[in-house]
Every structure is written in C-alpha cells, then in structure tokens.
Design a protein. Structure first.
Length: 284
C-alpha cells in the first residue's frame, strides 16, 4: 500500500529524501575521490553557507555584517590549513569536544527558553568553534595515511544512518518525549534506535578496516557516543532557532531548511569521533 499525504510519507519528507538523494552521492564521491585539499575547499563552501545562517541566529541583520562573519570563518579555515599545526588542530578538536560534552548536561537542565537579545555577541566566537571544528575533524580524518578517506566517509554515513534510524524508530516506537522544550518531535526511543544503528554500522566499519577485537570495541563505544552527540548538536541548533522564533536556519535545501539544519548533527559528532579515532585507533 502506498502511504498518502496524511501518513508518514508526507510532502516534506519526500522533499527531504529527494534532496538527500541528490546531495549524499556527490558528498560520498567527493570524500572518496578528491585529494584532501580539494575536499577541504568543498567543505569550506558548506561552512561559508552555515556561517551566513549562524550570523543571523546571532542577530546580524545587515548583509555586510553577515558577509564579514563568513569571511572571518573562512579566514580561520585558511589559517588552520596554512599552518597545518597538528597539536593546534587536536587542541581545537579537544576544546570543541569538551564544550559539546558540557552542553549535553546544560541542555538536560533547561527549564525554559528565553527570547534572544537583538544581538547575541557570545554566539559570534562560539560559531567559529562550532563551524570550524567539524571541518577540521573531517580534514584530519581524511588525511590519515591509507584509510583516511574511508574513515571520513564512514563518519558521515554513521551520522546519516543514525539520523534516519532515529526518525523512523521514533515514529514507530516513540512514546517518551526527549525534550518538549527543545524538540517536541524527538523521543527517547528514537534516540535509542539511532544509537543502535550507529553501533551496527560501527561493526560493519570494523570489518571494512580490518580492526582488531580491542579496536572494534573502542570503535563501537565511539559510535554510540558519537550518535548521542549528534542529537546534542541538533538540540542546540533547535534552542538557538527557538530563541529567535524561527523554524529553520535557512531555506537553501528543500525539506531540510538551511545548511545549518543539515549539518547540525555533524557539528557536535565530528570532533568527538575524530579525536577518538585518531588517538585510540590510529594511534596518532
């Protein structure tokens, strides 16, 4: 039986699936086939679009101010690529990972959402960390000798798989709301489904990479934590949008909203996974 428009196969979901179906293969091919430099440039384009939307969430209204914030974000990427300081890169990833872990606790304690001020200055430097860190994480993974591109692709696919499993798992089995204030549509059961799917995908990845038993166990633990943190990234963006009284960060991608709406899970998940893989499995 073909679901009708009032069922789960809604027009919004169709647009979402179509957009993802067009973009995902292009991103996958780019990760696997492009040299790290060209992949970094491609991802910088995504960062630029997300920075444009983030500046609006922070309260910038003028095009010049928002363009300036985009330029600042791209300047940070250029400096990190130019100096290629491994210790600095890992330090930035560690700071980002720590911030997201702290935010996990803070989001769980939120009891009300206040309206944002006209210009929220703390979001400007925070946005640089939120947007630069996932770019840096993917670059660091992609440049790993040998399996780097495959590991970077596995990270992206894990986030996609967890997101899909959480969506359909929540619709089928969801009973307990995860956070009525931040995201009424999300359920704990959906999160469990997403984590389970991420762990199963991690088992597949361990076979693809030929990992040892200990490395596989570490990878599965990283996958579960990464899936949880992907939800944190989604909830944080939902918080910012609710403070501004908007539904989507942008309208660039049909069914997804803006670029931030598409990469919000990646912003929190990528630094956690990259640090774990580089330190615990790649041993660098």
């Amino acid at each position: 039986m073909v679901p009708d428009q009032v069922g789960w196969w809604t027009p919004a979901l169709r647009a979402r699936v179509l957009t993802a179906g067009l973009l995902a293969p292009l991103v996958m091919l780019g990760v696997l086939l492009l040299p790290t430099l060209w992949l970094a440039l491609l991802m910088a384009l995504f960062v630029a679009m997300a920075a444009w939307e983030w500046s609006a969430l922070a309260g910038f209204a003028g095009r010049r101010a928002r363009a300036g914030y985009v330029a600042l974000s791209l300047g940070c990427l250029l400096l990190l690529w130019w100096f290629a300081a491994t210790e600095l890169d890992r330090f930035i990833l560690a700071i980002a990972a720590l911030w997201w872990l702290v935010l996990l606790v803070r989001l769980a304690l939120i009891e009300r959402i206040d309206q944002a001020p006209p210009l929220e200055w703390p979001l400007l430097p925070l946005g640089l960390l939120v947007l630069v860190a996932p770019w840096l994480a993917l670059v660091q993974l992609h440049r790993l000798p040998g399996e780097g591109p495959l590991v970077a692709l596995c990270l992206l696919m894990m986030i996609w798989i967890a997101d899909i499993a959480a969506y359909f798992g929540g619709r089928r089995f969801g009973r307990t709301k995860l956070s009525v204030l931040l995201s009424p549509g999300k359920t704990r059961e959906g999160v469990y489904a997403g984590v389970a799917a991420a762990v199963l995908w991690g088992a597949v990845v361990s076979v693809l990479l030929g990992l040892t038993t200990i490395e596989t166990l570490l990878l599965l633990l990283m996958c579960s934590l990464t899936a949880v943190m992907s939800v944190v990234g989604d909830l944080f963006e939902s918080l910012l949008k609710r403070r501004r009284g908007i539904k989507d960060a942008g309208s660039l991608l049909p069914g997804h909203g803006g670029m931030l709406d598409r990469i919000d899970s990646l912003t929190a998940a990528a630094p956690i996974f990259a640090l774990g893989y580089i330190w615990l499995i790649a041993g660098q």
